[in-house]
Design a protein around this ligand. Structure first.
Ligand SMILES: NC(=O)c1ccc[n+]([C@@H]2O[C@H](COP(=O)([O-])OP(=O)(O)OC[C@H]3O[C@@H](n4cnc5c(N)ncnc54)[C@H](OP(=O)(O)O)[C@@H]3O)[C@@H](O)[C@H]2O)c1
Length: 249
């Protein structure tokens, strides 16, 4: 068993990519892991690939009743929530003038509003317990303009980082900590499923050789979970990309 022994961890977006890899990595460290996303079938496969106890909870994070049911199911099963990882997210690739407002609202609902609301949902369990950890999967795009034609996505991820800064300040002295994870390009289903994925496919295929694997990102996150770092670059590549791009962008 490892550093997360007997810790109850909720991971949204756990049916794929970084969330799925993180479910396996947390499980490996002894955590009891609740995996949440919309696809029950894919969640079940992820749960089967974990080495420890898991709970599969189908949940659309944009729906308030489903967020509540997720936390209630975890409390009913294990009686506490130690860690929330907000990994559910989608991309939006579009030149600025072509950003469609309906798509923008969908993006903000998933990538920002649901992150804030899921965090509120677990605080009702963490506050009375006087301990907990909130882990937001943001992006290097939450700090800098890491890629072209993703202004809407940058706005959502910058909002997550700003909200988390405020939350960290508001939670001082409560025993509840906040961390923001900033992966860079990571080889997951992200580029094939987001808004504007058609237009992004060619770019993503070209960049694949420069991407981290989801398992590397998960390993980097677990290594820093609960450390003093607020902003976490989970891999060398993500830290170097940030340092290279921040001067220019
Ligand atoms: N890949 C990258 O290059 C990269 C880089 C930096 C940051 N990130 C961030 O990392 C996080 C994970 O992305 P990923 O790369 O792992 O992408 P991914 O493989 O596409 O996984 C995204 C996950 O989000 C879930 N999801 C999407 N909409 C949802 C909704 N409404 N309700 C519940 N779950 C929902 C998906 O599951 P269902 O479809 O089953 O609901 C899936 O499990 C995202 O926040 C992304 O912005 C990714």
């Amino acid at each position: 068993m490892g550093s997360l022994d007997q810790q109850v961890v909720i991971i949204t977006g756990a049916s794929s990519g970084i969330g799925a890899a993180l479910a396996r990595a947390c499980s490996e460290q002894g955590a009891q892991v609740a995996v949440a996303a919309r696809s029950k079938e894919r969640l079940t496969r992820v749960a089967e690939s974990c080495s420890g106890e898991t709970l599969v909870v189908p949940c659309d994070v944009t729906v308030g009743a489903e967020r509540r049911q997720l936390v209630d199911a975890v409390l009913a099963r294990w009686g506490k929530v130690d860690v929330l990882v907000n990994s559910a997210g989608i991309g939006y690739y579009a030149p600025f003038e072509e950003i469609d407002l309906a798509s923008l609202r969908t993006l903000l609902e998933v990538d920002f509003v649901a992150v804030l609301a899921m965090t509120q949902e677990v605080l009702r369990a963490m506050k009375p317990a006087g301990r907990g950890l909130i882990v937001q999967i943001a992006s290097t795009g939450g700090l800098i303009a890491h890629a072209p034609n993703v202004s809407a996505y940058l706005a959502a991820k910058h909002a997550v980082v700003g909200m988390s800064r405020g939350l960290r300040r508001d939670l001082e002295g409560t025993g509840i900590r906040v961390q923001v994870i900033c992966p860079h390009l990571t080889d997951t289903g992200f580029f094939a499923t987001g808004l504007g994925a058609e237009a992004m496919r060619e770019v993503a295929d070209r960049l694949r050789g420069h991407m981290d694997a989801a398992a590397q990102v998960a390993e980097g996150i677990v290594a820093e979970m609960g450390s003093d770092k607020f902003i976490v670059f989970p891999t060398d590549r993500s830290r170097k990309a940030y340092e290279r791009l921040r001067e220019a962008l």
